[in-house]
Structure formats: C-alpha cells, structure tokens
Ligand binder design. Structure first.
Ligand SMILES: [Zn+2]
Ligand SMILES: [Zn+2]
Length: 215
C-alpha cells in the first residue's frame, strides 16, 4: 500500500491518498486539494473518496473533488444522513452549511474495500465521535486509519457533538485494541509508528475515564 499524506489547509483533517486511487477524507479546502492532487495524479484515475465520518472538516471538499474527478463518495450508512445536517456535520461550527452529499456507496462494519488485487481496507464501525464513524485497517502493513476516533499518544475524539456518545466511543476503541496495528494514520496530527498498540490501549483508558465523567 502506498500512502501519501496531504494537508490542504490548517483547519482541515488529514487527507490520505492511497495507491493514487483512493482518498481518505478531503478536508474543507477544495481548491487547494484539487491543485495538490493534480501534482500527484491524473484526477480521472481517482476511484473513491472514503469519508471516515460526516464532519465538515473531513467532508467539506468531497463534492467538488468528486465532481472534478468523477470519483465516487463513500461513507458508513449511519453517517450518510448527517452529511445533510448543519449541526450533526459540524458545518455550523465552521460557519458553513452541511455538505449535502448523496453518497454513492454506504458501508457496514466488516466491509472490505479492495485497493489492489491482494490488498484491502477493512471497514470497522467505530461510533462514539459520530454515529457512523469508521476506522480502516489494512492487514498486510498493519495500518490503521483512525479518523477522529483515536489520535496518537492516547488521545480520543470528542463526544460532545450531535451524534456523539462517550459510552460508544469506549466500546469502539475496545474493538481497536484487538487489532495488531503498526502504523497509525489519524484524522488530525502526525502519523505514528511508535508502539501503536500501546497508544491505542492508552486511548482506551482515556475513553473509559471519559465515559465515567459523562455518565
Ligand atoms: Zn476532525
Ligand atoms: Zn470529527
């Protein structure tokens, strides 16, 4: 698996280009992202835009990139509706309207996204930050794209926005502790290769505490 990390604008989520065909999240700044992508590939070869969740800082540029490239947009089925909701998509926080996307593909837990003949991304439904958050796991390189569910150094995504749940976040991160992960590609911040399983365990502890505070 070939991964390129793209940062379009300071408030944007991380954007990952996989094998020059799949994009994980898009940030909000379509103009900059499209220019950046054109340095990496012929836009028409982009296959699918996979959104880790509906939040505007991850999905705001998706429509424009899909229109320009012809790529399909995919999201977990539980976050599809939130793309049309100003508050559940957190668009209002950023001073925008909901991205209003009709996704071409909706995922369920356990789906496999084939990225080459012998490599796939496994869809792991990880509600808590939003209802339809997903993490993506690539078993060959043991890579985890964690969206806003876990961040390096034991951090976790916030659960106080519409659709969030501290209890569900704890359960979701517990699921992630059962993986063997060597590379962590978070939705914000730096990529990490340093004892990733240990970092996920720390995030699980943090989520447990968060759950008791919010109960
Ligand atoms: Zn985010
Ligand atoms: Zn988010």
């Amino acid at each position: 698996m070939h991964v390129e990390k793209i940062n379009a604008s300071p408030y944007d989520s991380n954007i990952y280009l996989i094998n020059k065909k799949f994009l994980i999240d898009t940030g909000m700044d379509a103009t900059t992202l499209i220019k950046e992508l054109e340095d990496h590939l012929d836009l028409n070869t982009l296959d699918t835009i996979i959104l880790t969740h509906c939040h505007f800082d991850h999905s705001g540029a998706a429509s424009a990139v899909a229109k320009e490239s012809g790529a399909k947009i995919a999201i977990h089925e539980d976050d599809a509706e939130c793309l049309k909701d100003n508050s559940a998509s957190a668009a209002d926080i950023f001073g925008y309207k909901a991205p209003n996307i009709e996704p071409d593909i909706t995922y369920n837990d356990g789906d496999k996204i084939q990225i080459t003949d012998d490599e796939y991304l496994q869809v792991i439904h990880t509600p808590g930050h939003t209802k339809g958050c997903i993490c993506l796991y690539e078993p060959k390189s043991k890579s985890l794209f964690s969206g806003d569910t876990v961040f390096p150094a034991g951090s976790v995504g916030r659960t106080d926005l519409k659709g969030g749940s501290a209890e569900k976040l704890e359960e979701s991160i517990e699921k992630l502790t059962r993986l063997d992960a060597k590379v962590l590609y978070p939705g914000h911040g730096n990529v990490s290769v340093d004892n990733v399983n240990g970092q996920i365990k720390q995030s699980h502890q943090a989520a447990k505490q968060l759950k008791y505070i919010q109960l």
